[in-house]
Design a protein around this ligand. Structure first.
Ligand SMILES: [Zn+2]
Length: 113
């Protein structure tokens, strides 16, 4: 790489750089250590919106409510959330998603109506 270009991009000799091909452009940037943006883990990383996120943080972000069981209002909140995420899901599927019986889902839906 020519020295002039390295100077512009603040890349020193010996720095590791990454090359990306993005449609018609070639992107060159300094290599960043691949760690989870939340917990800095280097295990089981997945690339999300130009950041690395580890598998367990993805789980925590996407399923914060599923494991939790609690009062009726929590169940209702979980049901509403599940319906927003899975608009086409049947009562049975929703029941499985939030960990309650189908009868309970049906009951909650009547409350909402
Ligand atoms: Zn993480």
């Amino acid at each position: 790489m020519p020295k002039e270009i390295r100077n512009i991009y603040d890349i020193n000799e010996g720095d590791v750089v990454e090359f990306f091909v993005d449609e018609e452009k070639i992107i060159i940037r300094k290599y960043k250590t691949q760690t989870c943006i939340f917990c800095k883990s280097t295990e089981r990383l997945t690339y999300f919106r130009e950041q690395f996120v580890c598998f367990s943080c993805v789980e925590n972000v996407t399923k914060p409510l599923q494991q939790r069981r609690g009062r009726a209002t929590d169940t209702l909140e979980r049901l509403i959330e599940a319906m927003e995420r899975h608009p086409g899901a049947s009562q049975k599927q929703l029941a499985q998603l939030i960990g309650v019986s189908q009868g309970r889902v049906s009951q909650l839906m009547k409350q909402m109506a």
